[in-house]
Write a protein that binds this ligand. Sequence first.
Ligand code: ZN
Length: 381
Amino acid sequence: MATRTSASLTLFSFKGIPVRVHWSFLLLVVYVLFTGLSAGMAMPLLVQQLLYVCAVFCCVVLHEFGHALTALRYGVKTRSITLLPIGGVASLERIPEEPRQELLVTVAGPLVNLAIAAVVSVPFILLGHTVFVEETIVGGAGVVALARFLIVVNIGLFFFNLVPAFPMDGGRILRSILALRMDRVRATRIAGTVGKVFAGLFVLAAFGRGNPMLALIGVFIFFGATAEMHMVATQRVLRGARARDVMRTRFWSMPHDATVQQAAADLLAVGDHAVVVLRNGLFDRVVDRATIIQAMQQGDPGRHLDTLAATVPDAVPPDAEANSIQEKLARGLWPLMPVIENGRLIGVLEQDNLAEYVELNQAAPERAILHIGSNPPAQQL
Ligand SMILES: [Zn+2]
C-alpha cells in the first residue's frame, strides 16, 4: 500500500531522522531555470542561482532540526524532515500539548536562523563589509556575496516564520501563548482563524506581486489550519475514550478457506471496506474489497481467501486509548485494526467509525460522558 513517504527521496539521516526531498521540489528547480532562462541569464549565472537555492534549503534543514532536536528533549521523536518547494516540514510524532513545551519547540526553528545570521555577521562586519547593499542579493559571485546572502536570507526566514499564520511557527507561538490562558481547542480555533486570514492575504499578495510561491504558501496555510483545527477537536473528543467505546461490533468476517466467489457474493451485500479473515475462529488477516474484485477479474473464483494479498494490522486490546489508535489509523497503513480480548476478536476499528464517534459526541457534548462505554460488546448483541 502506498505510504506518504513514497513521493520523497531520502537524502541522509541525522540522529535517526531521515531528511527527505519531495518530488515537487523539482518544480522549484524548473521554476528557477525557467525564470532565469526567460530573463536571458547565462549558464554560469543559472548554476549559481541553483546553488543559492541549495544554500537556502540547507538553512531550512537546520531550522527544522531546531524544532526536531528541541522536541527530542521532551521525548517527542520526529519521523522525518521533508523539503517542499515552499520550505521544510518536520513531521513530529506529536505536538507537545503542554503550551510551554510547544512554545520552546516552535521558537527553536526561527532561532536557528537568527543564530546563523549572527554567526556569519560577526566576521563579515569585522572585515568591514556592509550587509545591506542596493544591488540584487541573488546572483553575486564569491564568498562575500554568499555571506551577505546567508545573512539576509536567514534574517528573512526568521521574520517570515514569525508571521502568526497558523500552522506556521508564528501561528503556533500564538496558539501556545493563548493556550497558557485558555482551553487548547479554543486557542487553536482562534490561531487557526488568524492563520486563514493570513492565508487569504498571502494569496492576494501573490497576485499583486506576481509571486506564485506566496500563493502556494497561502494555500498550504489554509489547508494546514483547517486540518489542525479538526485534529485538535478530534483529539479532545477522543480523550479518555477506549477502543471498546469506538469499535464497530458488527463487521464482515469469513473463514480462511472461504472462496473468492463466496466473498464476491458477500461483497455486494455488505458495505465494509475489507473482510476480516478468521482461522479457527481467531483473527488471521484483512483482505480489502479491491483485492477480491481483482481475483474475480483474474478468473480465480475458487481461490481461498488466505492465499490473497492481505494486511496483518496490529491487534488492539479493548482498553487501548482511542487517540493513539486514531494516530495509527491516520497513517493509512491498514484499512482497519482488530480489537482482541482474551484471544477473541470482539470488534474492529476504522477511521470512519472514529470520525462518526467524534461527530456524534461533538453534536451533543453533554452526552459525551454517557456515550463512553455504552457501545455493547459483540457477545451481548
Ligand atoms: Zn519552523
